[in-house]
Design a protein around this ligand. Structure first.
Ligand SMILES: NC(=O)c1ccc[n+]([C@@H]2O[C@H](COP(=O)([O-])OP(=O)(O)OC[C@H]3O[C@@H](n4cnc5c(N)ncnc54)[C@H](OP(=O)(O)O)[C@@H]3O)[C@@H](O)[C@H]2O)c1
Length: 254
């Protein structure tokens, strides 16, 4: 092969982004997995829990199985991924315990196990992966966290879930202030449309994911992406600020 052809081949290869996606067998994850696999410029690696057989359709050599609810599963996980698949360009933290934890369930629980599991998977595992990847020789240039609108303003029926998502939102923002080489993006997903109720389409969320992965380098270091009608978006923003500050008090210091 001539030098020119060789350099072209290398150029093409370097255009391919390696994307690591957790929760790849779930409702949103399997849609993401499908579009990542379809893209010629993306080489995906998936994480499934092994607790279900949801990742059956994924190509087995690109799948890593870890139960993120177990603290020990996180030990050296990014190193293991690096050894098996090389540098990861984009980390997508999508895995989450999504079950409702309404106020009755929350109050009637006799132990903290449910709260601990939710925080372990939704915030600690995601943050641990970010931490581990950031210290690798080539950290990901992009971290995408799949969050929920309730991470901003809370909401009914999901006490621990929203709180765990809020932790990751806040951490991403804080990290973006210090890590200029990595962008942090939070997709603030609202309810997914299904036969029996309206909501956001999987297609739209998938498009947002690809848009972020393909995005140009001059984007902001920290971004939250909402999926609302423009009027709803502004109502949400204003309502959030109003509710937060309506109930706040400031003991002015001199
Ligand atoms: N669906 C919605 O309406 C909605 C709304 C707002 C935000 N979101 C967010 O979107 C993301 C995906 O949600 P989804 O609707 O697709 O939920 P889902 O179908 O329940 O999928 C959740 C995924 O998380 C993985 N997971 C759960 N526990 C795990 C563990 N212990 N170890 C490793 N992986 C674990 C599951 O992996 P396995 O399948 O391998 O077990 C599953 O693939 C979540 O972050 C969720 O908070 C969803």
């Amino acid at each position: 092969m001539s030098d020119l052809a060789m350099s072209k081949k290398i150029e093409v290869k370097s255009d391919v982004k390696k994307v690591f996606l957790t929760g790849a067998g779930g409702l949103i994850g399997s849609h993401f997995a499908e579009i990542l696999q379809e893209s010629e410029s993306i080489d995906p690696v998936f994480l499934v829990s092994g607790l279900t057989n949801s990742g059956e359709k994924l190509s087995s050599e690109a799948v890593i199985t870890k139960n993120l609810a177990k603290e020990s599963s996180l030990d050296g996980l990014a190193d293991e991924i690096y050894r098996r698949y090389g540098d990861i360009d984009v980390l997508v933290n999508n895995a989450a315990i999504t079950t409702q934890n309404g106020i009755q369930t929350f109050a009637n629980d006799t132990s903290d196990k449910r709260i601990q599991d939710v925080f372990q998977v939704n915030s600690i595992a995601a943050l641990s992966l970010i931490r581990q990847f950031l210290v690798l020789p080539k950290p990901p240039s992009l971290v995408i966290n799949i969050l929920s609108r309730g991470a901003v303003a809370g909401g009914k029926r999901h006490v621990a879930y929203y709180a765990s998502k809020a932790a990751l939102l806040n951490a991403s923002w804080s990290l973006a202030m210090e890590y200029s080489q990595t962008r942090f993006v939070c997709l603030m997903v609202s309810q997914i449309a299904r036969k029996d109720h309206r909501g956001v389409s999987l297609d739209l969320i998938g498009k947002a994911l690809i848009d972020q992965i393909d995005g140009t380098s001059n984007r902001k270091n920290f971004e939250t992406v909402f999926f609302l009608k423009p009027i709803e978006y502004w109502r949400y923003l204003i309502g959030y600020c109003f509710n937060l500050f309506r109930n706040s008090r400031n003991y002015g210091i001199k």
